[in-house]
Each structure stands twice: as structure tokens, then as C-alpha cells.
Design a protein around this ligand. Structure first.
Ligand SMILES: *Cc1c(COP(=O)(O)O)cnc(C)c1O
Length: 676
């Protein structure tokens, strides 16, 4: 074995190495992973020969508890274990009697809140898989997002999350501390590092995390990197964005990285451009945007960062203010980060074709610049072991994202293979048995139609749509067959409107107590990547009902189709493309229902949720799906000729496109290292 430790230590200066990390970083191993891989990746990033990308994002969902887990010889702090959770179901007695805990599950690195973060994490993983020389920049959220409790009559009750970065396997503090010179203070930031390895561990992408919790900082400043998306005041929001953008640029310089492209995931990272501009002379300023890529993720107004220029003036040096005034001023007194980035970045993209169309409608002055690159999910993270093994057995190269034509062709052939159809059904049933065993105390069954709605709880995503008419739901279950529903998601703690949805949902679930023999509803606290994987892999139908056209892309349904799980969805985001691609296959990717936004029409009001009319359509589509599902049962035996299995196959076929390997390849070829 070669010894890479010396080289590693000259490249990466771990703080308190001897006391805290010497047992886990040894001659050839970094927390159980090859140390050589890190040495090589670090060298590429510091070399001028290799073109490199810096990717900035407020959050990263890395699925550290189940994908490429590092091993540590240090005991993990108690606070990093998944706490005991409550279940809120329409079997309330069971909720009281049974605690709910997954053994030995440690919390995923708590530096994400939902879909945007998971996408950023999947992007790093696929970049590693494709051996791109890339480094991620983010923030070490000392208190994560928040711990969620659902209390009957109170709804969502948030609690502070405390976890210990010092015993988190694979996460290391560096000696490096950078300084931001601001009007009111010098802000010190410690750098931390985490590494995202490729699936085959032959390449790695470092993730730099910034941390303001240092003694050198004043008390209030030490708490700036406590909690993700604190929105209680403009000052904290600005400072968090400054840390990510300006701190990120300084961190790259301090580490000696030679960066060719800066990719800003959402407007949160706009201060990176502002910081870079501040370093340049007037002549160089003209072309500053040539190295910048901006990905816009939302058509919802609140998703775009706007700050009073007065607030920014209290903090930022004058040269930064001047640049912002020249490039991103709105109504004379507001800095609009979206406008700033659209103005100056060479490449701007939306995250699905439909979203591209909507973004061009919203920002007509930049219409020519706005491209779309449809989101994806990281295949090795989200495909279940069962379905992966099945596809391998039949020679389908899902998982090899370099092949987008062969896989679908092969699956089309396999459609006629009875054994394959049976094996696919059985693979899904095996996944469902895992769900059943975890929720055994709630009587979840493997032969009952199971539906799930799980994601960030936001108004336009309409979490309560399926509970609009509980009588109709019961009627479907009585007439067509029993139904199990899972529901999970976190709402931003300051979103009061959404708080009322949660209360409504809980009241409805409670009122359905008498129906639990035919309709079981289980609501989970603390939806995270672990539950995201469990649910997308194992339920029968994935429910996705955002109000069109406000869902930029959505990704959870992509995780489901990879596993052959059909969709019950409105027509928005990625689904527009998948539905049209699967249009010629009988049954498509499931049932599409509800209001449709027509091209070119005004975007409408995101608060006009159309619950009445869309819920009627939802129930009709649900009824069709439940009926189709129960046709798979032929007197206790599986009816392998059932159309249901064709729909599952249609989903698998679409999975070949909606992954981050295809997405990263598009970013690489069109924006990072485009051929001129
Ligand atoms: C995939 C994922 C999401 C995104 O869900 P959407 O339906 O795309 O909004 C959110 N949270 C977690 C934990 C996820 O894994």
C-alpha cells in the first residue's frame, strides 16, 4: 500500500488533526475511502492545466446516511442519531402506544431543507461520477434546518436541532480561516471540508463549508451560520448570502484553487459575482459574467431575492454597492439578485422546458439568454437495490447514464417477456415489504394500494388537495378497494398560510378514524432523504399535485419512476416532458389530471389554488388507478398481463432521461466547457 497521508496533509490542512482525526485519516484511507482519490482531485483543482468548476449552493442533500457512508472510529455523538419520532395516523390509539424509531440511523448531514438541496447533492455526485474537476461551496449549518413535531390542534411545532459536526464521519475542519471586511465588522469564517466520492470511488468532489461560529466574531455573528433559511430579518438573510457568495470566492482563493467557471445554484449565491467584480478593474469588469452560470429554480415571486439597497449599504463596501446599483437595481431602491444575475451571467438556465417558457414570460428582456436544462436525480442513490438487481439480471444498463438509447430499447423488448414482468412486480413487492415492516405497528399491508404525497409543504404544492373531500376518498376505497396513504413534509416555520393546511390535514385524518379498515392514513414527521428513498421506492403511486405552472421541475417523481412507480400528477415541471415522451405507450407514466397552463397565457395567481375543481379531477384519476391496480390480482395470483405492469415499464423507460448524469453532461457541454 502506498502512503498518501503526507501528500494529503500538504494539500489539506485539517485542524487539530492529531487530536481529532488521526484515527480516521490514515496512510491510504479517508474514513474508509481511498485517500489517493482525494489527493488526485485536490491536485487537479489547484492545477491551471485542468479546467475546474466551483458550484455554489445554500444547501446540499447528500444522503450521507445511506449513500457512500464514511466510517469513523470515533463514537458518533448521541445528538447525531435520528431522534424518536411520532406518527400521526387515523389509528390514533396506535400512535399513542407505539414509538417510532429506526435503529442506528444517523441523521443525514443536516445542511439541506428539501428538493433544491437534494438536487445540489445529486449534482455533486454525478459530477464525481463523470470525473469533472469540481468543488462545491456551501455553509456548515450548525443547527441544520429544524426538527419537526406534528401536534394535534397545534400543527407543525418546530424545535431547534442540535448536532455535532466534530463526530460527523467524513466532515473535517480546516486550519484555514478567511476574513470578510465589512462596514460594521471583520467577519471570520472557518472552512470545513467534506468529500463526495463517485460511485466507483475513483474520483471525488470536495465540498467546502463555511462556518461563522468562531471566537473572533462578535456574539450575533457567531450565530449567522446556525440555521438554514432564517427569514426573520433582512440583515440575517443578507449576511447568509454574503457568507455563501463572497465567503465562497475567498475560500477558493485561500485554498489555491484555480477556477474557470462559477456556477450559482439559485440567486442565493449572487454575492459571488459581486465579490468577483469588486476584485477587478473597470476594463476587466465588462467580461466578468463570461465565467458565470446562473440556474434559476422558481417561478414563485417569493423565491427571488430582493433587498432594500439601504440595508445592503450598511454592510457592503462601496465598490460592491456600486456594482449592484449598476446591474440589479429595481424601482430605484431595491436590489434584485435575479435581475443582477440575468444581466451579467453569460449562461442562465431554467430547470425544465416548461419552466424555461415561464421564466422567459416573467423576464422577457432576457428571453434570448434563458435556456433550460431539465433536472434529474442521481441514479445510484435513488434506485432500490431490488430494481437495480433486476435490471442487471436482464442486461438493462440503467445506472450507466452514458447510455440513453440502449436501456429503453431493451426494456421495450422485455415488455413481452412474462418472466420479466413477474420479476418486476416481485421486486416492487419486496420494496413494499420493507415499508410494511417499518410500519408494522400501523398495520400497513403489502397487497393494499398505497399512495404517497411527500415533499416540502408549500402552498402551490397543495398538500391538502387529496383531503379536500374525505367522503369521496372513502367512497373510492369502499367501491374499488382499500387504500393506504402516506404523507410527509416540512413547512417553512414562518409560513403561516401553510400552517393552516397542516391543521386541516390533521383534522381530516383524525375524523377518518372510523374508516381505518379500508383507508389508512399515516403522516410522518421529519421527512428527509432516508424517508424520501424509502417512500419513492416502495409505494404503488407517487402523488404530485402542484398548481401549474408554479412547479419549476420537481424531482421526487423522478425517484419514483426509476423504481417503476407510476405517477398521479398534474401537468407541470418535468412531468410535461415525461408525459409527452411516454404519450405513445399505453397508460403513459400514470394518470395526469387537473388544471393545465397553456403556453403563452399569463401565469396567474399562485394563491388561487383551484382546490375545488382540481380535487374532483384528482379523485376521478385516483379511482381509475386504484381499479387498474387491483386488476393485477387474479384470485390471489399476479396477473402479469395487467396494464399496470406496462405502466411500470413505461416509468422505468422514462427514468433513463431524468437523471443527473444526463443533466450534468448538459451543463458540462453547454455551459461549463462549451465549445465556442
Ligand atoms: C426529492 C426530495 C424532495 C423534492 O421533492 P419534490 O416533489 O420535487 O418537491 C424534497 N425533499 C426530500 C427529502 C427529497 O428527497
Amino acid at each position: 500500500m502506498e502512503d498518501y497521508l503526507k501528500e494529503f496533509q500538504t494539500l489539506v490542512k485539517v485542524h487539530h488533526f492529531a487530536e481529532g482525526y488521526a484515527q480516521d485519516i490514515i496512510s491510504e484511507s479517508f474514513f474508509g475511502f481511498p485517500l489517493q482519490t482525494i489527493v488526485e482531485a485536490e491536485k487537479k483543482l489547484t492545477s491551471k492545466e485542468t479546467p475546474s468548476v466551483a458550484y455554489f449552493s445554500m444547501e446540499y442533500g447528500l444522503a450521507t446516511s445511506f449513500y457512500n457512508c464514511f466510517h469513523s472510529n470515533k463514537p458518533v455523538s448521541e445528538s447525531n442519531n435520528l431522534p424518536k419520532q411520532n406518527i400521526f395516523s387515523n389509528m390514533r390509539i396506535r400512535d399513542y402506544y407505539f414509538g417510532f424509531q429506526i435503529d442506528n440511523k444517523i441523521i443525514d448531514l443536516p445542511i439541506y431543507s428539501g428538493g433544491l438541496g437534494v438536487l445540489a447533492g445529486d449534482t455533486l455526485k454525478s459530477s464525481a461520477d463523470m470525473k469533472v474537476s469540481l468543488v462545491g461551496i456551501g455553509i456548515l449549518w450548525r443547527k441544520g434546518y429544524f426538527k419537526q413535531n406534528f401536534w394535534f390542534k397545534d400543527g407543525q411545532v418546530p424545535e431547534e436541532l442540535n448536532w455535532d459536526p466534530y463526530t460527523y464521519p467524513g466532515l473535517v475542519p480546516l486550519d484555514t480561516i478567511i476574513k470578510l471586511h465589512l462596514k460594521d465588522q471583520d467577519l471570520h469564517l472557518r472552512l470545513w471540508k467534506y468529500y463526495v466520492y463517485s460511485s466507483d470511488k475513483s474520483h471525488a468532489v470536495p465540498l467546502i463549508l463555511l462556518d461563522s461560529n468562531l471566537e473572533e466574531n462578535k456574539q450575533e455573528s457567531r450565530r449567522l451560520t446556525d440555521q438554514l433559511y432564517r427569514s426573520d430579518n433582512a440583515y440575517i438573510k443578507i449576511m447568509q448570502r454574503l457568507i455563501l457568495g463572497a465567503g465562497g470566492v475567498k475560500a477558493l482563493e485561500a485554498l489555491g484553487y484555480s477556477i474557470d467557471r462559477y456556477h450559482l445554484n439559485e440567486g442565493h449565491a449572487a454575492m459571488a459575482l459581486v465579490e468577483k467584480a469588486g476584485e477587478l478593474g473597470k476594463d476587466e469588469l465588462k467580461s466578468i459574467g463570461n465565467n458565470f452560470i446562473y440556474t434559476c429554480h422558481t417561478p414563485v415571486a417569493a423565491g427571488h431575492d430582493r433587498f432594500p439597497i439601504k440595508e445592503l449599504e450598511k454592510i457592503l463596501p462601496d465598490k460592491n454597492i456600486e456594482f449592484i446599483r449598476d446591474n440589479g437595481l429595481e424601482n430605484g431602491d431595491t436590489a434584485n439578485f435575479t435581475v443582477l444575475l440575468m444581466n451579467r451571467c453569460k449562461h442562465v438556465n431554467a430547470v425544465a422546458k416548461k419552466h424555461g417558457e415561464i421564466t422567459r414570460l416573467q423576464f422577457p428582456q432576457y428571453a434570448e439568454k434563458i435556456q433550460s436544462i431539465t433536472n434529474g436525480v442521481h441514479l445510484p442513490t435513488w434506485i432500490s437495490a431490488e430494481v437495480n438487481a433486476l435490471l442487471k439480471k436482464y442486461g438493462v444498463t440503467t445506472g450507466d447514464c452514458f447510455d440513453q438509447d440502449e436501456g429503453p430499447k431493451k426494456l421495450e423488448e422485455l415488455r413481452k417477456n412474462d418472466q420479466f414482468r413477474l420479476d418486476l412486480w416481485n421486486a416492487h413487492q419486496a420494496n413494499k415489504r420493507l415499508l410494511k415492516s417499518i410500519f408494522e405497528n400501523w398495520g400497513i399491508k403489502e397487497d393494499v394500494f398505497t399512495l404517497c404525497w411527500a415533499r416540502r409543504i408549500a402552498g402551490y404544492k397543495r398538500p391538502s388537495l387529496i383531503f379536500k373531500d374525505p367522503h369521496r376518498l372513502v367512497e373510492i376505497a369502499k367501491k374499488t378497494g382499500p387504500i393506504q396513504i402516506f404523507i410527509a413534509g416540512k413547512a417553512h416555520p414562518n409560513d403561516n398560510l401553510v400552517g393552516t393546511f397542516i391543521n386541516e390535514i390533521m383534522n381530516t385524518i383524525d375524523a377518518l378514524g372510523k374508516q381505518s379498515s379500508i383507508l389508512r392514513i399515516v403522516m410522518l414527521e421529519n421527512y428527509d432523504i432516508f424517508f424520501g428513498k424509502l417512500l419513492t421506492n416502495s409505494v404503488d403511486v407517487w402523488l404530485n399535485n402542484p398548481l401549474p405552472p408554479f412547479e419549476a421541475s420537481g424531482t421526487s417523481g423522478m425517484k419514483a419512476i426509476l423504481n417503476g412507480v407510476p405517477q398521479l400528477s398534474t401537468l407541470d415541471g418535468w412531468v410535461v416532458e415525461a408525459e409527452s415522451a411516454a404519450a405513445d405507450s399505453d397508460g403513459g407514466i400514470g394518470e395526469i389530471f387537473g388544471y393545465r397552463h397553456k403556453s403563452g397565457e399569463p401565469i396567474g395567481n399562485e394563491l388561487d389554488l383551484r382546490l375545488e375543481s382540481d380535487s374532483v379531477e384528482l379523485y376521478n384519476s385516483l379511482e381509475k388507478l386504484v381499479k387498474l391496480y387491483y386488476e393485477t390480482d387474479e384470485k390471489g395470483k399476479v396477473n402479469i398481463n395487467s396494464k399496470w405492469i406496462d405502466v411500470m415499464i413505461n416509468c422505468l423507460i422514462q427514468g433513463h432521461y431524468f437523471n443527473t448524469c444526463r443533466m450534468v453532461r448538459e451543463y458540462r457541454d453547454r455551459m461549463w466547457f462549451e465549445k465556442e
